[in-house]
Design a protein around this ligand. Structure first.
Ligand code: HAM
Length: 424
């Protein structure tokens, strides 16, 4: 038997009802906040992620699905391609390549789709997973650098989670500074790490040299007491970053959004500047981050584009659905009617009636004239239908149909014209 690849899964009904419920609710919230959809390719040049996300991140150094493409044209030979591990780099590439800066407006873009990381699979962590994300990016003159944007993004996130019915989350907030203060903080980290480096895991020993900020991402339990004692980023923020963070926090207070500052939270991607955040949920166990995001004021320039500060987030939809399931969030819309043809020659009449009801907006499924009446009712119940509609010779002749309410057991005869309103 051929099985699904490790870390990938089939999403089946009734779970897909919950996924579709989430998708439709979040699209509605995005509309209210004036975000519009962008769809970028599932694979991109490897270089995009190396430069955008950062060579030293776990994502780029260990987790990408990368291959040398067997391109036929000389220009395509030996090109290195990668399944997207995240969507921010792709959106910013599209922003630059398609000249979206020319409008002079802020681009408010959202996406829903699969991402790929070769992580060790466990509950809430998959190799193909889904993100619902959004990015707001544009020229400084459009207000892209303003702390108002950060607060508006966080406000929208609370609206998104409310719209899907998720309760009990915690928002963690941090500021990771900017190009101005990062060198000083990196230097302080390097100096502090010099004395203790040998006691850290091999990854951290390497990062201590190449990209010391990434040491703060380390999850190895033995390393934690040492990392806790490293210099705090808040002590190295420059005036502008400090002010920005204070304004984001006071806007959150005005909105009544509760948060906790977590100075260790530098997030596993190199493009972040200033505000970073994560929402966690208690039902998720070890993989508790239901979403993460932050500001990336230098990403467009790092990818060869114009100055275009931005901020965004991505919700892990697999984790969001897990948390909703743990909360017993139901989303299934039950089948309204099961049409039961009774006896030879009734199939076509039943099909015509089902067609009519479906056209009137009623969800309908249909049996077969070879079924006995009992099998018809049993199937209707297994499908969770609310009503059974019988289509026998007499019903066809009189154009009045026996309708049984499968919840109460009550049965009535309904003229054909009244059926849609009776079932609605
Ligand atoms: P990220 O923190 O790498 O950020 O991923 C965002 C969310 O995706 C995580 O909080 C988690 O819920 C989900 N996620 C990540 N990896 C997996 C996995 N292997 N299995 C299941 N879920 C996973 C980003 O991707 C950034 N692009 C977010 C962003 C947008 N920042 C600014 N704009």
């Amino acid at each position: 038997m051929i099985k699904a690849v490790r870390g990938t899964r089939d999403l089946l009904p009734p779970d897909t009802d919950l996924w579709n419920f989430v998708d439709s609710r979040v699209r509605e919230v995005f509309r209210r906040y004036n975000y519009r959809e962008i769809r970028t390719p599932i694979f991109e040049s490897t270089e995009l992620f190396a430069r955008g996300v950062g060579e030293e991140t776990d994502i780029v150094s260990k987790e990408m699905f990368t291959w040398e493409d067997k391109g036929r044209a000389a220009s395509e030979k030996n090109q290195s391609l990668t399944l997207r591990p995240e969507n921010t780099a792709g959106v910013v590439r599209a922003y630059i390549e398609r000249g979206l800066d020319r409008t002079g407006l802020l681009q408010k873009l959202y996406y829903i789709g699969p991402q790929f990381r070769r992580e060790r699979p466990q509950k809430g962590r998959y190799r193909q997973f889904y993100q619902i994300g959004a990015e707001i990016i544009g020229p400084t003159s459009a207000g892209s650098e303003s702390p108002l944007r950060d607060a508006e993004v966080l406000d929208m996130l609370t609206a998104l989670l409310e719209a899907v019915g998720l309760a009990g989350w915690t928002l963690y907030l941090n500021s990771v500074g900017c190009a101005n203060d990062r060198p000083r903080y990196n230097q302080a980290l390097r100096e502090a790490l010099a004395g203790v480096k040998d006691k850290l895991c091999p990854d951290c020993q390497r990062r201590a040299e190449t990209n010391p900020l990434r040491v703060l991402d380390c999850k190895v339990p033995e390393d934690q007491p040492i990392i806790e004692k490293l210099p705090k980023i808040s002590e190295y923020l420059d005036e502008d970053c400090r002010k920005h963070f204070a304004e984001v926090r006071s806007a959150l207070d005005t909105l009544g959004i509760a948060y906790q500052v977590n100075e260790r939270m530098v997030r596993g991607l190199d493009y972040y500047t200033k505000t970073t955040f994560e929402f966690t949920h208690g039902e998720l166990g070890a993989q508790s981050a239901v979403l993460g995001g932050g500001r990336y004021d230098g990403l467009s320039e790092a990818l060869g584009g114009p100055k275009a500060p931005g901020i965004g987030f991505a919700i892990g939809e697999d984790r969001l659905v897990l948390a909703l399931q743990a909360q017993q969030q139901a989303a299934a819309v039950p089948l309204k009617a099961y049409v039961i043809p009774l006896g030879a020659g009734t199939n076509r009449h039943a099909l015509a009636l089902a067609h009519e009801l479906r056209a009137a907006g009623v969800s309908v499924d249909i049996g077969d004239e070879t079924f006995r009446l009992k099998k018809g009712f049993d199937t209707a119940e297994k499908l969770g239908a609310e009503y059974a509609v019988l289509v026998g010779e007499n019903e066809v002749a009189s154009q009045t149909f026996a309708v049984k309410n499968l919840r109460t057991g009550e049965q009535v005869n309904v003229p054909r014209a009244e059926l849609p309103s009776k079932l609605a």
